[in-house]
Design a protein. Sequence first.
Length: 301
Amino acid sequence: MHQWISILSQNNVGMILENEPLAKYTTWKIGGPADALVIPENKEQMVHLVQLLHHHQIPWMQLGRGSNMLVSDKGIRGIVVKPGNGFDYAEFHDDGVTAGAAHSFVKLSVVAAKKEWTGLEFGSGIPGTVGGAVYMNAGAHGSDVSRIFHSAEIVLETGELVRFSKEDMEFAYRHSVLHERRGIVLEATFVLRQGERKVISETMAAYKDRRRLTQPLQMACAGSVFRNPPGDHAARLIEAAGLKGLTQGGAQVSTMHANFIVNTGQATAEDVITLMQQIQSTISSQNGINLVPEVFVVGER
């Protein structure tokens, strides 16, 4: 590891934090340390960093806001790459907006609404970054990123800088080509339409009220834990199985939304993983359905 740190320290790749605890970088507030967290502040640093990682075969993974990720208690061996503040921007233009990977997806939707752009209303409750939203084809309320996506600038794992179109991204339910073809989103362009501010605001307010009444927003969590199986909802299956409120250590199946697992204060990653496995086992035995996690479980176990 020290050799990796030495190589990166000799190059202009951004801030390097050794043995950095990752709990504070995830919405679950769970996670052990990374060997190093590297935070590039611009495209040049990011491209150079990925080229170095590729050339020296240094293991790495990327991190946005950590809203869809469970980091193991032992942490992550290798380098964790997190886009810095230089990627936190949004520029509106004639037919939409171009935003940096680190920009809040919620903030983007709110600002778009104020500017009377429609198309991003669904994003008002997605607590991740633009980069993460593109990577996951994030969605809610019957819409998702693929509906408004135009293109994205991406650095592939080889260090090659490319621009992918909507067709290149191969979007599917909570999926993009980046799940197979590794790369880091640097910025994305979305096509929006002019709308009526009152209508947009009312739609977003209705979404907000629904979340407030049905989701444990005041507690540390990662949103939906499992993907919805075809023709059904994971939350319905979990609730019907009587698993709401089930606890393991400091983790609990939310009493408000059965597809949320909340950190009641001192939850470990193993607590969450155990609950996830219990849910999967119960639903499989009762319904013959294999619930597929929507969250990524990463790190050394």
